[in-house]
Design a protein around this ligand. Structure first.
Ligand SMILES: CC(C)(COP(=O)(O)OP(=O)(O)OC[C@H]1O[C@@H](n2cnc3c(N)ncnc32)[C@H](O)[C@@H]1OP(=O)(O)O)[C@@H](O)C(=O)NCCC(=O)NCCS
Length: 278
């Protein structure tokens, strides 16, 4: 089960019972402000407990007036230099209260005190390569093995083919011909910004720095393609993934509370960002 991606006017919205939320992924300026009311109607009719919107900072006032709160920021995301904001409206009180307060606080403390720059042990692994269409079945199997649930259908080979053909570059590393680690860069070419996402390493290869290696190579590729800003939305319950972003000089951008159905339940997510190019 995954949520549906649809259009509202000229804006893109994902919604459904898995994440139990409506998510305005890409608002078209002509659709604001009427879309704010429309999102609320959709969420209340379907019984969703959260509405999340990814908006330019200049739209923030309209959303705050409609009882949204600012959860995270990616400075300088837009080509104009404006920040990208994640703002949310919680339709039930419980959705706005952290599901795992102790674990999240513990991981935050761990990440806060960790400052060492990451040493990427490149020589331990085979070279990273771009995934191709004929990798899609093996990639989907890996995602299915690693994630009990995911907000987008990465375990569907057709979804991978579709995203590969549009705006996403997937990277992998192999051992004895088998894919053992994957990640993806979802490019927003209008804004020269990129989401570093979909990190998955098979259990037997973990603890050797493979995800950091994948991230370093992906950053190199994104820089060479002229991307200016990188960001990510990482699980608060995955200390390893967040430590990697911290160690690779990403800055913390905020918390999306009880946001995403991933690895079997709804988790809060941390936003991280980094300037790749001035
Ligand atoms: C997240 C994931 C990709 C990381 O894989 P990896 O490259 O093997 O990461 P590592 O185990 O080397 O961990 C990275 C760093 O965090 C540290 N770390 C991991 N868990 C830790 C913990 N509980 N406490 C302290 N440090 C921890 C590691 O020591 C390592 O630091 P180092 O390089 O300085 O030694 C992998 O665990 C995975 O596939 N998980 C399931 C999918 C997932 O949750 N993806 C992330 C979605 S946001």
């Amino acid at each position: 089960m995954t949520d549906t991606v649809t259009t509202m006017g000229r804006s893109i919205v994902q919604h459904g019972p898995l994440n139990n939320r409506a998510y305005l992924m890409s608002p078209h300026p002509e659709d604001v402000p009427w879309i704010v009311e429309k999102l609320y109607k959709l969420a209340s009719t379907k019984g969703y407990s959260k509405i999340l919107a990814r908006i330019p900072a200049s739209m923030e006032r309209i959303f705050l007036e409609a009882r949204y709160v600012r959860e995270a920021v990616v400075p300088g995301y837009l080509i104009s230099g404006e920040a990208l904001l994640f703002v949310s409206r919680f339709l039930r009180k419980a959705r706005g209260r952290e599901n795992y307060p102790d674990r999240v606080a513990q991981n935050f403390a761990l990440i806060e005190k960790h400052t060492r720059h990451h040493h990427v042990r490149r020589s331990d692994f085979s070279a990273i390569r771009l995934c191709k269409k004929n990798d899609r079945v093996e990639m989907a199997q890996l995602f299915r093995q690693v994630f009990a649930s995911y907000p987008f259908p990465v375990d569907d080979p057709d979804y991978l083919t579709h995203t590969m053909a549009s705006h996403t570059r997937y990277y992998c590393t192999t051992e004895n011909g088998r894919i053992v680690g994957v990640c993806a860069s979802e490019m927003d070419t209008d804004n020269l910004a990129v989401e570093m996402t979909d990190f998955a390493v098979v259990p037997e290869m973990r603890g050797r720095g493979l995800a950091a290696y994948l991230l370093a190579e992906m950053e190199r590729d994104m820089c060479s393609r002229g991307m200016r800003t990188a960001f990510t939305i990482a699980r608060t319950l995955s200390p390893g993934m967040n430590l990697i972003f911290k160690q690779m000089n990403y800055s913390w951008g905020g918390t999306l509370v009880n946001n995403t159905h991933i690895s079997g339940g709804i988790e809060s997510m941390w936003v991280w960002h980094k300037r790749l190019k001035k």
